[in-house]
Design a protein around this ligand. Sequence first.
Ligand code: 26W
Length: 834
Amino acid sequence: MTDAAVASPETVRPVRGAAPADAPDSSAEAKKLSKEILAELTYSVGRTPAKASNRDWFVATALAVRDRIVDRWTLEHDPERPKPAKRVYYLSLEFLIGRLLFDALHNLGLTEETREALAGLGVDLDKVRTAEPDAALGNGGLGRLAACFMDSMASIGVPAFGYGIRYDHGLFRQGMRDGWQQEYPEDWLSFGNPWEFPHPEIDYPIGFGGYVEQVMQGPEPRHVWRPAETVEAVAFDTPVVGWRGKHVNTLRLWSARAPDPISLDAFNRGDYVGALADRVRIESISKVLYPSDETPAGQELRLRQEYFFTSASLQDLIHRHTAENGDVRSLADHVAIQLNDTHPSIAVPELMRILVDIHGVPWAEAWKITLATFSYTNHTLLPEALESWPVPLMERLLPRHMQIIYLINALELEAARERRPGDDDLLSTISLIDEQNGRRVRMGVLAFTGSHKVNGVSALHTELMKQTVFRDLHGLHPDRIVNKTNGITFRRWLAQANPGLTEVIKDAIGPEFLDDPKHLEKLVPLAGDAGLHEKITAARRRNKIALAKIIQERNEVYVDPDALFDVQIKRIHEYKRQLLNLLETVAIYNAMRAQPMRAWMPRVKIFAGKAAASYHTAKLIIKLANDIARTVNSDPTLRGLLKVAFLPNYNVSLAERIIPAADLSEQISTAGLEASGTGNMKLALNGALTIGTLDGANVEIKEHVGDDNIFIFGLTAQEVEARKRRGYDARAAVDASSTLRQVLDSIRGGVFSPDDPNRYRDFVDGLLAHDTFLVTADFDAYFAAQRQVYKKWRDRPTWMKSSVINTAKGGWFSSDRTIGEYAREIWDVVPDTA
Ligand code: 26W
């Protein structure tokens, strides 16, 4: 650990103190910061200003800002201070954080002071900002939600720890080679991480394998697990500062360390590679994030990751609990554990093992404690995304946990049998063991069974949970499933990402919305105001020019900032239907080529997103987007009125540049399949209009903004269900739509792939044979909805009015609201709003 606070002499660095959010004398604050940044640069980074790179300035600035956070942090964790009555522990295999500098500056109210301080040193804060690598410890929505929740918990005063894995390598970097996605390793830690505090002294042993012994102690046998192998989990802490610097929580990420750095036996034999082999194998646990969302990896290493961070987190929180409260039996009074999807659901048998085997708590009491402590969030209904592990693998890796799972299962099935005698179908669906597919442990059932509350992430998703995957469990436990519609932190996604719009809003309605985004509703009466429209349009135009510059640099494509920016940014997945958007792009293209001189409305189709490395269809869709882009962008008959850009390497930082520049937000998943979506909320908050299906949180966005301010199209979840049940015939749909037929013919025939005319033949044939995601069924409705978009865009005052309403109603989608609901209705903790 390089703690500058210890290393640098007091003469160059005045005594530190947490800056109040509204520092009265901002120029004095800037001077103080300037001194501190310079001291960090000199004594912690070891550079002179003349030689310092933007990266060096970033580290120096981060360290100076960090000191102020740490002052708060230590104050809050002062042993002399009363302990919070109850803490929340958010267990997540993913935290998709992005950059932290502006988060910290914004929440401490120091952005302008830091800009001034750096400017005085001849340095541009915006350049320093981009020198920070993204912390990409997540795949997509689920990981980003965890990051937004961390910000909100600190902001509304919920005492919390986030627990996860400190991956050496986050989500792969996406490059493009000839339009095909290439994966490159990501290396966010290569220049160090100024936000984290390594704690090599905080470590816990994590066992794997071995056997279970029964030891007689009194009348009852006691089970002792003797693992064959032990890994150490070492803590790395990152402080998470909330709004106005009032609260600082902790993100504690675990890194794997081998108990023995080297095998001396092997080394002495001259086997130098073998001497390190064990260490490499053991430490591989925290090496890399599994880059697949929606399809379980299924490998042993993934299960090891899950147990590794879950066990370390439980040991750590139980240690804290017993140190503060003495008795482990009062755990549920002081601890709420949220399981972010099933990835940490091995926590259920792990807590039972700790309570029963280690602390000697009787089974029934231990089960009560477990149920009262855990709650579980489900993020997807896609059957292929529901985790399950082969019983033989679990038995080999976690033999005691498997015994406990069997016992939980036996007791649950017995209880169900008593309540529904003779209902064998029920027993097979609620069983923790799936007997159909070669005996597997169903992690969703495990998480459900061990939690007092189970939540979905939007109203529709929660309803569908009750009707589909958890139908029988819901029947037995009708009060367990609750809804908690997702949210986003508007501090990052409005105030930091879009300072231009934020200033306009401040001028219009005052700054109160920065504390409570419900105040954004004050914009409603101003929604038709021409003066406001003008200001917002000017702010958005600046954002669009900035994005156009990025597109020019990365894709070598010029786009007109006055064109409609039509944006689809998210993981590439068939159910998200980037294909539907591409088909419409080709339809416009065909129409423009047929009538080149018509007054076509300028439009830019912007795509970004990563595909799982093994997901061939998703990668082919990226290639198709790039093929269409190349063809369209270089066709002179279009006069530049249609442009297509697939921006490579989508990540949090790129999202922060695209979202404030978007006019239209594409949320076009097959209804019933997108659990919530959160990008939809970010885009709407920034004033983009949504074109979308009635899926996930789109439904609630529609309810808030009203039917006139959103473009809804396509089959509903119910209709999708009915179509599938009847057996859907894509060929019939294509026969009925001449536009669609032409589009598919041109793709199939090689119009966009002259270098390889057959590239999309099987793909199109496959779509016609099995259109699993009903792309062809929704095409005509989508095409018609896009024509409504054109119509409205031409009537700019009406468009802008809708845009303002979208921002005004965005407050409800704040993750502060979501976290408030979790606190009251699931965790039973009272936020400290003081
Ligand atoms: C085990 C492999 C795996 C990995 C990740 C399966 C499933 C996942 C996640 C559940 C995928 C995910 O990120 N889901 C998204 O969660 C968001 C936050 O709730 C929602 O907004 C998205 O709709 C949902 O797709």
